[in-house]
Design a protein around this ligand. Structure first.
Ligand code: SF4
Length: 213
């Protein structure tokens, strides 16, 4: 049994898989409160669902790519059984996590998108730094950047942990509607960084406030 906020079929918007069809399974609850969080409705709203019911709902969409997200999906212990089940079914499984929960139990085949929270989120102090040592070549690291201070912080972490060489991608994502994407792009160009400037594609396809996309 897991508490699920929503399951929906949409376009992946925030990784190197952006643009692909994807079924999202959003788990309820988060123990962070990022200042720019765009899914606060996932903090509490949800319904309990059996594993079989979740899998059936996902299968209804006929899509081989599944992303488990939140909230913070790793707060529910049964999430590991859900990941195993999707992998057994031959799906490509992605996991979005806030970076503050130990990722060591996540199955190796799962593609992890691990956030490093910058100071502008108000939650940088919660980072579980050992997670960066557990990244695999197919994993990605995401920095959501609100201002220059966040950018400088992200650049420092990028270099100190050699993230570009050790992961599939390092994503620098501007806070939508707050950080100017062009300014961020110009900083990245000036510093010749081995990162991807990452816009949230779904927020350009649909209204940014739309849920379930
Ligand atoms: S970790 Fe994600 S869901 Fe939790 S507060 Fe931050 S942005 Fe929102």
């Amino acid at each position: 049994m897991l508490t699920i906020n929503e399951i929906f079929h949409s376009i992946q918007g925030e990784s190197t898989h952006a643009g692909r069809r994807c079924v999202f399974v959003r788990l309820t609850a988060c123990d962070l409160r990022c200042s720019w969080c765009d899914t606060p409705y996932a903090f509490h709203d949800g319904r309990k669902m059996e594993l079989d019911a979740i899998v059936a709902e996902v299968d209804r969409h006929g899509c081989g790519l599944v992303e488990i997200t939140g909230g913070e999906p790793l707060l529910q212990k049964n999430v590991y059984a859900l990941m195993d089940r999707f992998l057994e079914d031959g799906k490509t499984v992605m996991l979005e996590t806030g970076g503050h929960v130990d990722i060591s139990r996540v199955p190796a085949a799962v593609i992890k998108i691990v956030d490093v929270k910058c100071p502008g989120s108000g939650e940088a102090h919660r980072m579980h730094w050992a997670n960066l040592d557990r990244l695999q070549p197919h994993d990605e690291v995401k920095f959501v950047i609100r201002d220059r201070a966040d950018y400088d912080y992200a650049v420092d972490v990028l270099h100190r942990h050699d993230l570009a060489a050790r992961t599939g991608a390092v994503l620098f994502s501007p806070v939508h509607g707050v950080m100017d994407a062009r300014t961020l792009a110009e900083w990245v160009l000036a510093d010749r960084l081995p990162v991807r400037v990452q816009l949230q594609v779904h927020k350009y396809i649909w209204d940014p406030q739309t849920r379930g996309v």
